[in-house]
Design a protein around this ligand. Sequence first.
Ligand code: MG
Length: 156
Amino acid sequence: MRIGHGYDVHRLVRGRRCVLCGVEIPFELGPDGHSDADVPVHALMDAMLGAAAMGDIGRLFPDTDDAYKDADSIMLLREVVGRLHDRGMRVSNADITIIAQRPKLRPYIDAMCVRLADALGIEPERVNVKATTEEGLGFTGALEGIAAHAVVLLNE
Ligand code: MG
């Protein structure tokens, strides 16, 4: 077994789609970034790469590379899954926490788990997504950004 942790933050801006865990959520703000800026998926990929001692997504998918402009992060996640498989590793389970004051994420959590499990090639019961606010405090409370943490276990 190997354990990994990932963390990511993206600024919230107007005029961007709000895609979290591959699920598009109707909201007047969206995470800004080079790719689709799917914050929890970025945290998840970093947790997987961390567990595998394979660096981070910045190294794998540089934001200076136009190939990743507006990239679908679920496709990048599939790529990471493939690289882990090449080294004989697969995700046993993943636990993700999204920190956002708004939008309300509860209605989308089940769809997020299904989407991530599909990309990871594991059962949805092995994926947990939860959301919390920070009680109006800090940058998430001010709707300046969304943060996410992820922890994964890999089987070798
Ligand atoms: Mg990111």
